[in-house]
Design a protein around this ligand. Structure first.
Ligand SMILES: Cc1cc2nc3c(=O)[nH]c(=O)nc-3n(C[C@H](O)[C@H](O)[C@H](O)COP(=O)(O)OP(=O)(O)OC[C@H]3O[C@@H](n4cnc5c(N)ncnc54)[C@H](O)[C@@H]3O)c2cc1C
Length: 420
């Protein structure tokens, strides 16, 4: 049950967006005795929070803009089978995003952004553990193995270099360097094509769809209203409170509102002074059966393919398609992921795919999320986590709930100020 002590801040808060970030924020607001309504235009986990890879990997949670991404991007972004794709004709928002992203893809900017992530990464599991202790009925799995696998030692050098940078930025991550044969001993599902690997320690994973639904159930059981099918079209700051208007014409007042609308964050946040572009970095996934379901995530960094065991199936995910979030699923991308994975997995039937999915990572040009107060003291942003909204969603909710309830910004959130 939620704590019942009365909070000095707002008593009734609306959260727009029933993804990991919005629901975690709702849950932690309830911890502080705040009455919550969650609104989503489509459903629980209807956005990026369903078909993602479900990695809880604070050890490798790093800013997306970095020199290697840029080098790679410029070389290969225009091919439909490339793991990073930019359409040949970009709209104004995408051009702004790409210009900013390019500006931030330097080693110095990466180090600054990394320093912002480290205090969050240190506490990421604490927030998951609080949800578990508070009765959220879903498992976070310790990754008994977490293998990054490569064809060659030369390919592996890229991640070893990245791990050295992560380490010198001050973040701890333990790992072993393995031969292909050693990696197959740990994960028999790796094919003979794997010649080198890295095993990461201390990470976790979830089935993200199941987890976010369990979180929604917990939020509901603790007294929140979940309004599904409610598309918020306008947020009015009325001084003493906020008024939300939905596309169906419903009109409701709250003391404060949290915008947790993922890739669509800018639509509602812009008029409250949030100028950072949130661009859809679309990713794809599907699930397959294979003889040995791995005991933990398997990552093929050179192909940018991320695999996660979900019960008796393996989810295979990848692609970074900087494109309109509303564009239909592009089958060429699904096939490109399947073809990339085929020679690297043993005993896998990549042609019998289920759950084909596309979803949009909410990406910002500086690689940092937007968490905190906007120009209005009653309107808060929570989103823009790009590749890491599952890992950092719960802690985001915990810290933002603290800020909303107490009026004080936790130190960890300084670099993520939505008005930057
Ligand atoms: C292929 C892929 C793999 C990934 N793997 C990982 C991973 O392993 N680990 C990790 O940490 N992260 C991963 N991510 C990133 C992660 O999925 C996202 O960062 C995270 O899900 C974002 O959550 P969110 O709650 O901010 O947004 P979303 O889950 O997108 O939720 C936003 C919600 O807002 C609703 N909404 C939008 N506008 C309105 C409106 N006007 N009114 C009402 N409702 C509205 C939408 O319907 C949606 O439900 C991956 C992403 C992809 C695509």
């Amino acid at each position: 049950m939620p704590a019942t002590e009365s909070a000095p801040g707002p008593q009734r808060v609306a959260v727009i967006g029933a993804g990991m970030v919005g629901l975690a924020t709702a849950w932690f607001l309830q911890e502080r005795g705040i009455q919550v309504t969650v609104l989503d235009r489509t459903g629980v986990a209807a956005g990026a929070s369903w078909g993602n890879a479900g990695w809880l990997t604070p050890g490798i949670t790093t800013p997306l803009p970095e020199p290697a991404v840029l080098r790679y991007g410029l070389r290969a972004v225009l091919s439909p089978s490339s793991p990073v794709y930019v359409p040949p004709r970009a709209d104004a928002r995408l051009l702004r995003f790409l210009a900013g992203f390019t500006r931030h893809s330097t080693a110095a900017k990466w180090r600054t952004a990394m320093r912002a992530y480290i205090p969050m990464n240190r506490r990421a599991f604490e927030a998951f553990d609080a949800l578990t202790a508070g009765g959220v009925d879903a498992t976070t799995h310790e990754a008994k193995s977490f293998i990054a696998a490569y064809r060659t030692e030369a390919e592996r050098a890229v991640l070893l270099d990245e791990l050295a940078h992560i380490h010198s930025a001050g973040q701890e991550i333990e790992f072993d360097v393995l031969t292909g044969a050693e990696a197959r001993e740990v994960e028999p599902s790796l094919s003979d094509g794997i010649g080198a690997a890295i095993r990461l320690h201390g990470q976790r994973f979830i089935n993200p769809g199941e987890y976010v639904h369990a979180l929604a159930e917990s939020v509901r059981a603790r007294g929140a209203a979940l309004e599904i099918g409610a598309e918020v079209v306008t947020v009015h700051d009325e001084g003493a409170g906020v008024r939300l208007v939905t596309s169906a014409g419903a009109d409701e007042r709250y003391d404060a509102v949290v915008l947790a609308t993922g890739t669509w964050l800018g639509d509602l946040a812009q008029r409250f002074g949030v100028r950072t572009v949130v661009q859809a970095g679309r990713g794809y996934s599907f699930s397959i059966q294979l003889e040995h379901v791995p005991a933990g995530p398997v990552y093929f960094p050179a192909q940018r393919v991320a695999c996660t065991p979900l019960g008796d199936r393996l989810r295979v995910a990848g692609m970074m398609e900087f494109r309109n979030a509303e564009a239909p699923l592009d089958r060429r991308r699904v096939l490109a992921i399947a073809e990339a994975a085929r020679p690297l997995l043993r005993g896998a039937d990549v042609d019998a795919r289920a759950d084909e999915w596309v979803g949009s990572r909410p990406c910002t040009p500086d690689g940092l999320p937007l968490i905190g107060r906007t120009r209005s003291p009653r309107v808060f942003a929570a989103g823009g986590h790009g590749m890491w909204g599952i890992t950092l969603g719960p802690l985001t909710g915990k810290l933002l709930a603290e800020q909303i309830a107490t009026g004080r910004q936790p130190a960890e959130l300084h670099p993520f100020d939505p008005l930057r």
